[in-house]
Design a protein around this ligand. Structure first.
Ligand SMILES: NC(=O)c1ccc[n+]([C@@H]2O[C@H](COP(=O)([O-])OP(=O)(O)OC[C@H]3O[C@@H](n4cnc5c(N)ncnc54)[C@H](OP(=O)(O)O)[C@@H]3O)[C@@H](O)[C@H]2O)c1
Length: 244
């Protein structure tokens, strides 16, 4: 790894959108540290990235573990100046039936997890007077979705977090943006029935489900030079499922 190569940290890089983001940032010349929740996942991330990165185990629920993992990454590879908070979970249920655990699991991983990981990485970006943070939101943070009050609350929260942090650290050359995908073909959506999938496709102006590349390209744009003057924004990548 060359000294001047930027380090990018991508959470949830073992599958889906995060895997595509990690691949794009590596292709753009960064050394990518991609996370997975299990050692086999981390090993697969490392295999996939080859000389352009590595995989580490990270679960966002435990603040002490997150802090320790960040310290290890910094001492081994250097301070990540690019952070993509991609990892996310769903525990869907109608609110009337939603358990306290379903509520708190999603809040903890999706929203508090971003707080836990972003905060210890800010110092390195501030020292470098350069940084890029991209947070994965969702179209449901804006639209709402029956059965996803917990998940939609985290995604709306991520957008408020993004706007606020952008104002706090813009003067240090750090941009903070959110990307809000629509209906994308990953494990997260593969559990839907054929008729649920067709309904979503029918509601999407472009008439197709999105690909992981549709989202990863926008993340790479925000991280790259072309996105340098964009901060505090949420970029919607939903094929016209929602506009507003
Ligand atoms: N797919 C969509 O249609 C869609 C739409 C809107 C927004 N999004 C958002 O886009 C992001 C990526 O979604 P995806 O569909 O690519 O997800 P996915 O295929 O379900 O993959 C989730 C990734 O997050 C990791 N992860 C899960 N729980 C974690 C935890 N507690 N701590 C740390 N990492 C954890 C997983 O690691 P393991 O492999 O180890 O389990 C995996 O790498 C999420 O934030 C999601 O909310 C997705």
């Amino acid at each position: 790894m060359s000294e001047d190569r930027k380090i990018a940290l991508v959470t949830g890089a073992s599958r889906g959108i995060g895997k595509a983001i990690a691949g794009n940032l590596a292709a753009d010349g960064m050394f990518v540290v991609g996370t997975a929740t299990r050692p086999e996942g981390a090993a697969a991330v490392a295999d996939e990235l080859g000389a352009d990165g590595t995989g580490v185990v990270l679960r966002l629920e435990d603040e002490a573990v997150v802090g320790k993992t960040v310290a290890e990454i910094q001492s081994r590879y250097g301070a990540p100046l690019v952070l993509v908070n991609n990892a996310g979970v769903t525990r869907d249920n109608l609110l009337l039936r939603m358990t306290a655990e379903q509520w708190s699991d999603v809040l903890d991983a999706n929203l508090t997890g971003i707080y836990r990981l972003t905060r210890p990485l800010l110092r390195g970006m501030m020292r470098a007077r350069w940084g890029r943070i991209v947070n994965l939101s969702s179209v449901v943070g804006r639209m709402g979705n029956a059965g996803q009050a917990n998940y939609a609350a985290t995604k709306a929260g991520i957008e408020g977090f993004t706007r606020s942090l952008a104002q706090e650290i813009g003067s240090r050359g750090i941009t903070v943006n959110a990307v809000a995908p629509g209906f994308i073909d990953t494990d997260m959506t593969r559990g839907l029935t054929d008729s649920q999938r067709q309904t979503m496709i029918d509601r999407t102006a472009l008439g197709r489900i999105g690909t992981v590349e549709d989202v990863a390209g926008v993340v790479a744009f925000l991280v790259g030079e072309a996105g340098a003057y964009i901060t505090g924004e949420t970029v919607h990548v939903n094929g016209g499922l929602y506009a507003g």
